[in-house]
Design a protein around this ligand. Structure first.
Ligand code: FAD
Length: 385
């Protein structure tokens, strides 16, 4: 059956849901496909049957943004309850506060410095003999000095990215990762919160529109796009072309799930900075919904490793030597006549949820205005490179 008056959206994650909704509200018919048996992509949440805890199935997600329109948009579909992300880290058998702040410095160096004293102290620690850092390690040494780097940044970074920090670009560590006060709110953004009934409930409401038809458990193939007026594709860029130029590199995550009676660690996120501890962090999901009470607890130990062909792609590994491969895929994509590549996988970039919503709104609006002007829609609104 031809559906040339219908728009295909590949992926029922945040990108696909927001684009689909915007187009549906503009009066277009939309068919959304997801190869998984559930909506919400990597933001998927579901309640653990035994404890009732809301579990972030693909790792914890905290919504934070400075974008007022995006904040209003998500609040249209879900009540967001206040949540501040406060992360702790265990190093050498001690628990410290993150991000690095005055409390961390005073505890680590056994001092009682005030802000200006701490600023001068860290400036003294910093290795100014490195004029232009050429990698992550040099950048860290230049910003915070060897002691803080080796304790707080080196082991964690090595586990997260699977290589020595000296092999990573300096750009990963852009700013001084230290606060000279006791503010331990992990994010700087003005609006932060958690959806009261989880992300899957929120995305279900976004998708709930008469013009949207949802197909779960269906893998969309490139050739299927011929049956639609246009395709918005939020799957992996290389998978769309059946990996004909090889696989783009990703880090994947393994979650070792375990349950506990009571409170396992007293906080939502406990990092483990020592390289001898094989996991990067333990997350305790009931603490992401502090307004709920549960006797039982569900926790994830999180392990990071190189993604293989059968693994879920989590973080794009943007190595300089792979830029040619990525450029080849981008050039291929630019030759597609009626497909637009969107979202974290379609554009091979790490995207926070607020950026995902912003880009999805902009993409849908661009499509609607080009459609009424009978102008072609580009393959990318946001290019990977
Ligand atoms: C571990 C982790 C933690 C994160 N934590 C945060 C956080 O705290 N705060 C924050 O703002 N952001 C966070 N993010 C980012 C967040 O996950 C993304 O912003 C969001 O998932 C992007 O949505 P998306 O729709 O682009 O991609 P996805 O959620 O990946 O959705 C893409 C969908 O496409 C489907 N698909 C792929 N190929 C096909 C095909 N051929 N046919 C049919 N379906 C297909 C997939 O099954 C998937 O459901 C985190 C990301 C990770 C990896």
């Amino acid at each position: 059956m031809s559906r040339t008056d219908t728009i295909a959206v590949v992926g029922a994650g945040l990108s696909g849901a927001v684009i689909g909704r915007e187009l549906a509200e503009a009066g277009l018919r939309v068919e959304i496909f997801d190869l998984r048996g559930h909506i919400a992509g990597n933001c998927h949440t579901e309640r653990d049957e035994q404890s009732g805890v809301m579990v972030h199935v693909y790792g914890p997600h905290i919504f934070h943004t400075d974008d007022r329109e995006v904040w209003d948009y998500v609040n249209r579909f879900q009540t967001f309850l206040p949540y501040k992300n406060r992360v702790k880290t265990t190093i050498g058998g001690q628990v410290y506060s993150l991000p690095l702040n005055l409390h961390t410095i005073n505890q680590f160096f056994r001092t009682a410095l005030r802000p200006d004293e701490a600023r001068a102290f860290i400036a003294h620690q910093a290795d100014r003999s490195i004029p232009t850092p050429s990698n992550f390690e040099e950048q860290a040494l230049r910003l915070v000095g060897r002691d803080l780097y080796e304790a707080f940044l080196k082991g964690y970074t090595q586990k997260q990215w699977g290589c020595a920090p000296a092999e990573l670009p300096a750009s990963i560590l852009k700013r001084l990762p230290v606060r000279f006060n006791y503010d331990d709110n992990y994010f700087f953004h003005q609006y932060q919160g958690m959806p009261e009934n989880g992300y899957t409930d929120m995305i279900g409401r976004i998708l709930d529109h008469a013009n949207i038809t949802l197909h779960l458990g269906v893998r969309f193939q490139r050739a299927s796009g011929d049956h639609f007026a246009h395709t918005f594709y939020s799957g992996p860029l290389d998978a769309y072309f059946e990996y004909e130029h090889g696989r783009l590199a990703y880090r994947t995550l393994d979650f070792e799930r375990f349950t506990h009676e009571g409170d396992y660690q007293g906080c939502a996120v406990m990092n483990y900075g020592d390289v001898e501890v094989p996991y990067t962090r333990v997350t305790e999901h009931k603490h992401f919904a502090p307004w709920e009470e549960h006797a039982g607890s569900v926790c994830y130990r999180e392990f990071s490793r190189a993604g293989g062909p059968d693994d879920i792609p989590y973080y794009p590994l943007r190595r300089a030597e792979a830029e040619t491969q990525l450029s080849t895929y981008v050039a291929r994509a630019l030759r597609e006549r009626s497909t637009t590549f969107v979202g974290r996988l379609g554009t091979y970039r790490y995207l926070d949820m607020d950026v995902t919503v912003r880009e999805a709104l902009d993409t849908a609006r661009c499509f609607l205005s080009r459609r009424s002007a009978r102008a072609p829609m580009p393959a990318f609104l946001h290019r990977p490179i």
